[in-house]
Every structure is written in structure tokens, then in C-alpha cells.
Design a protein around this ligand. Sequence first.
Ligand code: GAR
Length: 188
Amino acid sequence: MKNIVVLVSGSGTNLQRIIDTIEAGEIENAKVSLVVADRKCYGLERAKNHAIDHILVPRGKNFSSELAKVIPADTDLIVLAGFLSILKPEFCENWNGKIINIHPALLPKFGGKGMWGMNVHNAVIEAGEKESGATVHFVTSGIDEGEAILQKSFEVTAEDTPETLAQKVHQVEYEIFPLAINKVLQNK
Ligand code: GAR
């Protein structure tokens, strides 16, 4: 049984999707062993509702070293699902190849510092992009720079707003996140 630790900062709908797909057997031979939040957020409630171990490690200067202390050594995969703190290079190197993140745009476009959540969708609309989407990628010390695992795009129409993009991106995320997790866990 593979152990997945999920890191969240917000509402945690992607965490919910991971829990649901595991329960439905779509992610095989795996369990969410721990949910870590860097602030009080609904993601922690979702863990509680499913009797999954959960812990709040407050964000701040020593976050990465505090986080390192709570991640069990037998963790197979660390999944960043709407997680907003930047992880220190040392942490990323220690878990090299075992941390993945979902990003609400088509990396390498619209990534890097400050590019999270609605900031991304505002930037995509402002730039007049013809398409957007989501990317699951490995986490390295460069922000949003690790190798892509899966990416899916959709067309941005003249009617789209940052809010409609956020909804469309979430739908794409729910589709590709479980597939990407399976892919990494099975070394495909
Ligand atoms: C998701 O769209 C995710 O891609 C984004 O935050 C949202 C979290 O939604 N992550 C980032 O912007 C990280 N740079 P959720 O809490 O409902 O899963």
C-alpha cells in the first residue's frame, strides 16, 4: 500500500477528488496517510470527515523544517493540492522525485512567484491567451519549474472571465490529477 501525504492551503476540492478516486479504486493500492495544512482551511475538515490523520503546520520562516519533521519516513508521494507555501530547496532535494504539484495553467506559461489561484486566471485573461489548462509536475527547488507529468488544455473564449476560467481549470484538474498520481506511483 503506497502512502500519500497531501499538502493543502485552501478549500481542498482537489484533495477531495484524490480521496474519492482512491475510495472508488481509480488510484490503486494507495491511501492518503496524512493531510498537512499550512493554515486553517477547509482542506483539514475534509481530512477529518474521512478519518484521515491531519495536522496544521503554521506557515512562516521555519515551515519547511517543521514540515520535514511531520512527514513519515515511509511516505511514497507528497502531493501539493492547492498548497501555497514555497518549499525550501533542501526539502525538495530530500524528497526529489517524490513531490508533485498541480498548477492552474499551462506551464511553463504563468508559473513562478506570485502565480497562484486567481492571480493566474487574471493574468491569462489579461494576456488574451487562446487557451488555458492545468499541469501536474514534479516539484524542484525552482518554483513551478519541475518536469511536467500531465497537462491538459482547453480553449479560452471571448466570454471567459477569471472566474469561469477558475471553474474550467478545476474540472481539468479533477481529470488529470488522479491520472498523474497513478502514473507516478506506478513509474509509468
Ligand atoms: C487549484 O486550482 C490549484 O491548481 C491551485 O489552487 C487551486 C486549489 O483549489 N494551486 C495553485 O495556484 C498553486 N500554485 P482546491 O483547494 O479546491 O483544490
